[in-house]
Design a binder for this molecule. Structure first.
Ligand code: MLT
Length: 233
């Protein structure tokens, strides 16, 4: 089992990672919200890259929920923002959610060529690690990052997976780096992540409570899979 890590979606290359399973990580907050929506019984989530695409789908399918964010905030006319607190059972059970976020849904669509694409966050880390361990395939973790740049929280979540997986035959340089970072920071993860630029931004716009929620490990026993344009269990 070879493990590799892309620090940003731009580092993902379909040819280079041909045959690898992909695991997309956007801890703050897209993949935490996706895990929450799946755990609360949504029918599926369609991750799209643009607001226009989401609105066009809603025009054809009025029953879908539009969800996501730009600059962390609710998009005009959308039903849900990107706070995991909004993806309650009352809101999402049985619903199709069309989601567009700044980095997370972009990363998902970039990684879509992989034979299997999972979405991971701290909230569903063990569920994902379990399925990867069973599959014994090569894995590339694709961190959503922030506007094309490295982000600490996604990297640490990848580090947790690298640390916990067994039967590894090869670790890339980035996989070794995320493992070392995770080992160094894991004793004080919440404080470290609070110092990250996206966490600081979310605090400034009033989503401080989301950060604590997004850092709670293994609240959700779900392994969402992205296939044929939809994320489902
Ligand atoms: C993203 O996809 O960039 C995010 O999940 C941003 C956020 O809502 O915090």
């Amino acid at each position: 089992m070879k493990l590799d890590v892309c620090f940003t979606p731009n580092d993902f290359n379909a040819e280079k990672y041909s045959g690898y399973y992909a695991v997309v990580i956007d801890v703050l907050r897209a993949t935490t919200s996706i895990a929450t929506a799946c755990a609360n019984g949504c029918q599926c989530i369609m991750p799209v890259s643009s607001v226009e695409e989401a609105r066009a789908i809603k025009l054809q399918n009025p029953d879908v929920l539009l969800a996501g964010e730009r600059e962390g905030l609710l998009i005009s006319g959308f039903n849900l923002g990107n706070s995991p607190y909004e993806y309650s059972r009352e809101q999402v059970a049985g619903k199709t959610i069309v989601m567009t976020t700044t980095n997370g849904t972009v990363a998902l669509n970039k990684a879509a060529t992989a034979p299997k694409v999972y979405t991971m966050s701290f909230a569903n880390a063990s569920a994902i690690i379990y399925v990867l361990q069973q599959a014994k395939k090569d894995v590339v973790f694709v961190c959503a990052g922030s506007d094309g740049k490295f982000s600490l929280e996604d990297t640490l979540c990848a580090g947790l997976a690298v640390e916990q997986l067994h039967h590894i035959t090869e670790l890339s340089d980035t996989a070794m780096a995320v493992q070392a970072m995770y080992r160094d920071f894991s004793g004080n993860l919440p404080n470290r992540v609070l110092q990250s630029s996206h966490a600081a931004y979310l605090c400034r716009i009033g989503f401080e409570n989301d950060i604590a929620l997004c850092l709670q490990q293994d609240m959700l026993d779900v392994a969402p899979v992205f296939a044929a344009g939809v994320i489902a269990l």
